[in-house]
Design a binder for this molecule. Structure first.
Ligand code: CS2
Length: 495
C-alpha cells in the first residue's frame, strides 16, 4: 500500500488524536532518565523499551531511557523529529494491535557525538545500561569468547581519539565513571550470546587490560559494575514499507520508526543490579539467580532451529521463515533436530519440556503475519553458529551421542556460504568473517575438502568439534546430498 502523502507525523502533539489504546502508558518526556540503551534496532524497540515502559507505568521509578544508536543516523533523525516516539504493532494471523511506546527520553548517535555517550555512562543518574548491538559488535572470537580486536577497537583502547566501537565506548565510559566515582551500575547484554553477562564482563576486563587501565580503575569496575546475564526473546523482523503502512493504518499518522513483532515475548534476567533497576517483573520479566539454563534452551531450540530454517529455506528459494516452514518435510526434519539432538544436549530449566517448547517455537515461526526474511536470520552465521548449533554438537558428542541433525544445519550453512541457491540465484554472504570464509571455500573442491577447510576456521568451530571424525563425516555426507540433489530432495529422503 502506498504511503499517504501529507499524513501527519507521530509526535507529542499527535498523541491526543490517537485511539486511547494506542497511546503510551507513561507521559513521554516526564520520566527522569536512569538508563542508557545501546543499539536502537527493531528488537530493542519491541522488547526492552516495552518492558521498561510498562515497569515504570506500574511501579514508577526514574527509569527514562536514553537510546544510543551506534551508527544509524537516519533512525536518530526520525526519532528526534518524532519526539522519541515510535509504535510497536503486535501481529498474529488474526489480529493487529498497535501502540506507541513512551520509554525513550532521548536519543543520541554515537558516531556523531561519542563524548556525549561517554559522559552519559559516567553520569550518576544512569544506573543501568542495556545492550542490543548484535553478536559481532562485541568483537569476541565466537567459538571461545576471547577478545579479537579489529583496528578500530585497538585505536579506541590505545589512543585518545573519540571511541568508535561499542567496547571502546563502554571502556571509556567506565573509566570516566570510575574517575568520577559516580556510583554503581549494571551493564546488561541482551544479545544472543552464550552466557552473555559473563561474556560482557570478560570483554570489559580484557579491554581494560588491553588499554593499560590503572589498577584503581580496574578495581573500581570490579567492585561497582554488575554484568547480569539475560535471555531475551521476541521475533522482531527488520521493518519494511509494509510495517510503516500497518502502523499508519492503525494510528492515522505516519511513524517512520515503527516496528512489528509477534505476540510472544520473554525476558529472563539475573538480578545483579548494584545501582537498582526498573521493576521489570511488573511487566512480566522473570528475575532469577542464573539465566544460563534459559539462555541455553532459547539459543539452542529457538535460534538454532531458526538458523536451520533460514539456511535450508534460503537454499530452497524461500523468502521468509514462514515460507520455509511450509516446505515439504522441513518441519519434520526440524522436529527431529529438536527431539533427537537439541533436547538431548542439555538440562532444561525448571523441567521445561524441550519438545513442547520446540513445538511452540515452530508455531511462532509459522506466524504468517511476521514476514521475517530468511536472509536476515542467515546473516552473521560465523557469529551465531557456535552457540546455536556447534555447542549442541559438542555436548552431544561429549555424551557419546550422534549429532546427525545438527550436522545438517552446519552443512546447510556451508552450502549457503558457497553462495548459490538451488535455483542458481546468488546468496549474499553477509558476515564479518566473509573474507576468511570465502578464502577457505575457494581452495576446496570436494565436499570433504570443503568441510575440512571450514573446520579449520578455529574462531568459529570449537577444537573438539573440528577434531571429531564422526561429525566431519556427517557434515560431509549432508553437504554432498545438498550439493548433488538439492535441498528439497535432501529433506524428502531425510524425513
Ligand atoms: C534470529 C533472532 O535473526 C536471528 O538470528 O534468530 O533475531 C530471533 O528472531 C530472536 O532471537 C528471537 O528472540
Amino acid at each position: 500500500m502506498a504511503v499517504t502523502v501529507g499524513a501527519s507525523r507521530l509526535d507529542l502533539g499527535a498523541l491526543r488524536r490517537l485511539p486511547i489504546d494506542a497511546r503510551p502508558l507513561v507521559r513521554p518526556g516526564t520520566v527522569p532518565v536512569g538508563m542508557v540503551h545501546l543499539g536502537l534496532g527493531a528488537f530493542h524497540r519491541a522488547h526492552q523499551a516495552v518492558y521498561t515502559e510498562q515497569a515504570v507505568a506500574r511501579a514508577g521509578g526514574d527509569w527514562g531511557v536514553v537510546g544510543v544508536a551506534p551508527r544509524n543516523a537516519e533512525l536518530v533523525r526520525v526519532l528526534t523529529a518524532q519526539d522519541n516516539l515510535f509504535s510497536v504493532s503486535t501481529l498474529s494471523a488474526a489480529d493487529q494491535h498497535t501502540r506507541v511506546i513512551g520509554a525513550l527520553a532521548g536519543v543520541r548517535l554515537a558516531t556523531a557525538d561519542p563524548q556525549a555517550v561517554v559522559a552519559l555512562l559516567a553520569d550518576p543518574a544512569i544506573r543501568v545500561v542495556t545492550l542490543t548491538v548484535t553478536e559481532k559488535a562485541y568483537q569476541l572470537d565466537p567459538a571461545g569468547g576471547t577478545l579479537r580486536p579489529d583496528p578500530a577497537l585497538v585505536a579506541d583502547l590505545t589512543t585518545d581519539r573519540p571511541p568508535a566501537t561499542v567496547p571502546g565506548l563502554l571502556v571509556r565510559g567506565l573509566l570516566a565513571r570510575a574517575a568520577a566515582d559516580a556510583g554503581p551500575i549494571a551493564l546488561v547484554s541482551c544479545d544472543n550470546l552464550p552466557a552473555n553477562g559473563r561474556r560482557l564482563r570478560g570483554l570489559v576486563s580484557h579491554a581494560l587490560a588491553y588499554a593499560g587501565a590503572p589498577q584503581p580503575a580496574v578495581d573500581w569496575v570490579g567492585a561497582q559494575v554488575g554484568f547480569p546475564g539475560t535471555m531475551v526473546d521476541r521475533i522482531v523482523p527488520a521493518s519494511t514499507a509494509e510495517t510503516l503502512s500497518a502502523a499508519r493504518r492503525a494510528l492515522g499518522v505516519e511513524d517512520l520508526a515503527a516496528v512489528a513483532a509477534e505476540p510472544y515475548t520473554q525476558w529472563v534476567i539475573e538480578d545483579d543490579f548494584p545501582g537498582g533497576r526498573p521493576a521489570w517483573e511488573q511487566a512480566g520479566a522473570v528475575l532469577c539467580a542464573d539465566a544460563g539454563p534459559w539462555e541455553r534452551l532459547k539459543l539452542r531450540t529457538l535460534n538454532g532451529v531458526h538458523s536451520a530454517a533460514a539456511y535450508l529455506g534460503a537454499l530452497a528459494g524461500c523468502e521468509t521463515i514462514a515460507d520455509a516452514l511450509a516446505l515439504p518435510h522441513l518441519a519434520t526434519v526440524l522436529r527431529r533436530l529438536i527431539a533427537e539432538d537439541v533436547a538431548a544436549s542439555f538440562t532444561p530449566p525448571d523441567d521445561v519440556d524441550v519438545v513442547a517448547y520446540g513445538e511452540q517455537v515452530l508455531a511462532r515461526f509459522g506466524n504468517p503475519a511476521i514476514r521475517h526474511r530468511t536472509l536476515q536470520v542467515a546473516m552473521d552465521g560465523s557469529q551465531k553458529l557456535p552457540q546455536r548449533i556447534l555447542h549442541t554438537v559438542a555436548d552431544l558428542r561429549a555424551a557419546g551421542r550422534s549429532a546427525r541433525w545438527a550436522a545438517l544445519v552446519v552443512a546447510a550453512w556451508i552450502r549457503f556460504a558457497q553462495g548459490t541457491a538451488d535455483d542458481g540465484r546468488t546468496l549474499p554472504l553477509d558476515d564479518p568473517l566473509a573474507d576468511r570464509i570465502r578464502t577457505a571455500l575457494a581452495g576446496a573442491a570436494s565436499p570433504a575438502d570443503t568441510v575440512a577447510a571450514v573446520f579449520a576456521l578455529d574462531e568459529v568451530v570449537p577444537p573438539e568439534v573440528a577434531a571429531d571424525e564422526t561429525v566431519r563425516a556427517d557434515v560431509t555426507a549432508w553437504l554432498a546430498d545438498l550439493t548433488r540433489h538439492g535441498t528439497r530432495a535432501t529433506l524428502t529422503s531425510a524425513a
